[in-house]
Design a protein around this ligand. Structure first.
Ligand code: NFS
Ligand code: SF4
Length: 627
């Protein structure tokens, strides 16, 4: 067993960039070089342009903006706006899923694939389920789900899933999220010119807006996606660019909303479409994915993962991509011009993400079947336009077992349970592994790539370090894809673990890095932490568990960080969230918030030190528990 190294990733990328040069293609590597060094004011978060008296930049000579706002107010407001952007984005994705559920029909393109889960959530929300048609219930729940975005009174329904202690903290600190849209709006209101400039107030609202994402919009996205498309179970797949097949029509799905990617997969599998592809000279159709939508279809269908965020251009550079089909979020506008250098069709589908140089096929739940069919057909018909001299697919892929939803983890770990003593169907077997020290703890590895960090190295090196120290990894988003591409989701990766974790991997037949899904699925991690706390009688903040986003880049990632911290889990970042300009804001985020929510951030750009800090934190928590 051998991992694929970052050096090998990079060599493959170099070769693809050579192809790019032949056709005059641009790439992020060149653009990043032209954008660095970055503006220092922006990096420190000390530039304010929220009113037309500015922009104001804080320097030792000019310590206040024209309105008199100091650096802490400016940095804090910028941080809150950043969070609101992320919370809005994840949550709107969740809302789209609710809409899709509202359109589900027994004979329509969208069906209820996990009725049991739907009934479970309905009961939780106090909705009568007895004797109700499952589709009537789906529509009722979808409507209620959408109402969570604008509920007039009260807080998010899902908060009740948290342990009592956590709920009390949220109430006490006045950060229990109300209507999701309200928290986003309120954040924009607070950070308007002439509203809040008090650091505590701005950071408190950042936590609340984050919580409206993690325990509101993202959780709705995850839960109702499971209802619609099935709750993930362990499934085999493959990862890295080598999953594309030169003889086949290659369709790449990119973005976030499984409503689109599920339909594309459905039609690419249609015998009629496959026959058509053969007629057009291909051997078949291969769908692969990039970014979070790839995680969604990998977990539910075993669709292979071509790459993560910073590989999105590579997919086109293979010269073998007939269509890259996108919905929303994390899509490089560069894909338009890049596709024009090849035969690739760049297909946008959402009114929310419209870009130049794209073919826009508007996708909606009512006409999803026809839309998907049209897109698959377009890709097939494009096969003949390939330029064979430009085709090069790096021969590089790894096996991966993905699909570890909370439900799947609980079920899988029953495999290590001692049926004499352990309660099956709970997180207790996992707790037993942790308390006995066979596993020292867990790290939730999440987030993006960022050119500021050598892509994928931080994810992969940290994971290797953790598993060697008997710390199990739960991964999502582009972090999960980095792991899969390297081979860390191959069950054979147990060879890289410490003796304890290796034994658990063998007994439970799992890889040491568990794929938990897309970024909205970090809500699954919150549920797992809540279950572990409830099953152990501990507070979430006492568990030897930390979160880590070593290469993050998006507003969504900051929203996530805020809700993970606000849930009581220490969070480690490898990229600074533009707060270094204010010692007060930095102090609040890295220490101050601990007094409110029992957890805080650590920012450390040296990846090795970041890893040491996580291990130290996990061991500290163990010592405090006397385990
Ligand atoms: Ni998450 Fe998913 Fe990737 Fe980062 Fe983007 S795809 S929602 S934001 S880049 S992990
Ligand atoms: Fe300058 Fe104040 Fe306007 Fe910001 S709000 S741009 S600091 S005057």
């Amino acid at each position: 067993f051998k991992l694929t190294t970052v050096e090998e990733f990079e060599a493959a990328t170099e070769k693809l960039l050579e192809t790019g040069k032949k056709v005059g293609a641009d790439a992020w590597q060149y653009r990043a070089a032209k954008q660095t060094p970055h503006c220092k004011f922006g990096e420190q978060g000390v530039c304010c342009r929220i009113c037309a008296m500015g922009p104001c930049r804080i320097t030792p000579k000019a310590p206040r903006g024209i309105c008199g706002c100091d650096v802490h107010g400016i940095v804090g407001r910028n941080y809150l706006k950043f969070t609101a952007g992320g919370a809005a984005t994840h949550s709107d994705h969740g809302r789209e899923i609710c809409h899709t559920l509202y359109c589900a029909k027994p004979e329509g393109p969208y069906k209820v694939k996990d009725p049991e889960k739907l009934i479970r959530i309905a009961k939780e929300w106090g909705v009568e389920t007895e004797g109700k048609d499952i589709y009537d219930l789906a529509h009722e729940m979808a409507y209620l789900g959408m109402s969570e975005y604008g509920k007039v009174f009260g807080t998010q329904n899902f908060l009740k899933r948290a342990p009592q202690h956590t709920q009390e903290i949220w109430e006490r600190e006045e950060i229990a999220p109300r209507a999701i849209d309200r928290e986003v709006s309120c954040s924009l209101h607070m950070s308007h010119m002439g509203c809040s400039s008090l650091p505590e107030a701005l950071i408190r609202q950042s936590l609340r807006a984050g919580l409206s994402d993690g325990w509101g919009g993202s959780m709705a996205g995850t839960e109702f996606s499971d209802v619609l498309f099935g709750t993930p179970k362990p499934i085999e797949t493959e990862a890295n660019l080598g999953v594309m097949v030169a003889e086949n029509v290659n369709i790449v799905v990119h973005g976030h909303d499984p409503s689109l990617s599920e339909m594309i997969c459905e039609y690419a599998d249609d015998p009629e479409m496959i026959a058509y592809a053969k007629e057009m000279g291909a051997k078949g159709i291969t769908v692969s994915g990039v970014c979070c939508t790839s995680n969604e279809v990998a977990m539910r269908r075993g669709i292979p993962m071509a790459g993560n965020f910073l590989q999105q251009e590579n997919v086109v550079l293979t010269g073998a991509c007939e269509a890259i089909v996108v919905d929303v979020q994390c899509i490089f506008p560069a894909l338009g011009p890049l596709s024009k250098c090849f035969h690739t069709k760049f297909v946008t589908t959402s009114p929310i993400a419209q870009m130049p140089d794209a073919e826009y096929i508007r996708f909606n739940a009512e006409t999803a079947g026809e839309n998907a069919k049209a897109i698959v057909k377009m890709a097939i018909e494009n096969f003949k336009n390939r330029k064979p001299e430009l085709v090069h697919i790096p021969d590089m892929k790894q096996k991966a077992t993905v699909g570890y939803s909370v439900e799947a983890i609980v079920k899988t770990l029953d495999g290590v349970a001692n049926s004499q003593v352990d309660e099956m169907g709970t997180t207790k077997p996992l707790l037993e592994c942790i308390t006995s020290g066979v596993i020292r703890g867990a790290v939730a590895m999440v987030g993006c790539n960022n050119p500021k960090v050598r892509p994928d190295t931080a994810h992969i090196e940290l994971m290797k370090k953790m598993i060697a120290n008997d710390i199990i990894i739960i991964a999502s988003g582009c972090s999960a894809q980095a792991a899969a591409r390297a081979g860390l989701m191959d069950k054979e990766a147990k060879e890289l673990c410490g003796a304890g974790l290796k034994r658990v991997c063998e007994l439970a037949d799992i890889p040491p890095v568990l794929h938990m899904g897309s970024c909205v699925d970090i809500s699954r991690m919150m549920i797992l932490a809540a279950e572990l706390a409830k099953d152990s009688g501990l507070n979430i903040s006492q568990l030897p568990v930390v979160g880590c986003a070593p290469e993050w880049m998006s507003e969504k990632a900051v929203s996530i960080g805020n809700y993970v911290v606000a849930t009581g889990i220490d969070t480690f970042l490898g990229v600074d969230p533009y707060v270094s300009g204010s010692d007060q804001i930095a102090q609040l985020l890295t220490e101050g918030v601990r007094d409110w929510v029992e957890a805080a951030y650590t920012v450390e750009k040296d990846i090795d030190k970041l890893g040491d800090a996580m291990i130290a934190r996990i061991e500290e928590k163990r010592t405090a528990l006397g385990i």
